[in-house]
Design a protein around this ligand. Sequence first.
Ligand code: MF3
Ligand code: CO
Length: 247
Amino acid sequence: MILLKSPAEIDKIRASCKIVRRTLDLLKSKIKPGIKTKELNIAGEEFIYSQKAQPSFKGYMGYPAGICVSVNEELVHGIGSERRLKETDVVSLDVGVELDGFFGDAAETFAVSGKISGEAKRLIETTRVSLERGIEQAVCGKRLFDISAAIQACVEKAGFSVVRQFVGHGVGLKVHEDPQIPNYGKPHTGIKLKAGMVLAIEPMVNAGSWEVDILDDGWTAVTRDRRLCAHFEHTVYIGDKEVEILT
Ligand code: MF3
Ligand code: CO
């Protein structure tokens, strides 16, 4: 069941999403060669707690960390560790916040320095733009898989592939709500988008083939071919006239 949110609920979700945004901005400023990935997790958790909010992924289905920190071939759900970032690495951060029972969710992939490969730069940029293309379709009256198809077209045009195993989702009153939002699909199909929907749109893109595996920690998703991947996510609100990016 897809929950439509009232203006009062949107205000609460917007406040939660603001903390998500500020957490990502803070962590971005800390990404430097030599930092341990667990230091990013700790800094993110501490900031969220300082805002009287909770990192919503912590303990979710047993996930052990507050922030998902995923490096290079790690796509999502990485767990911060003693690993130190190198100047040629790319790092994806996924942040979920609960504030007074309302949830926001966003992710970004960053270059640790300007020394990442040309392919890595193109992959990050393509994934970022594919999220923009998806959000452009998140308009009242269009259909759910218009979002999916726009993301897929952008990614495949660049010669990259869209992950199948993970999808975007409704969000706001829980970490994950209906509908599921695949990053591939047929335009003009799927449910009609309505004012009041809040969606977490999150393209996950692999440089090589789309398959992923889960590591023995039970969480970290990595590309099967161990090539690079990228992940961008925003929480968006579909209004009567336009879409608002809340994160
Ligand atoms: N980052 C995921 C999402 O965007 C959720 C993380 S689930 C967790 O939907 F278990 F890893 F916390
Ligand atoms: Co999400």
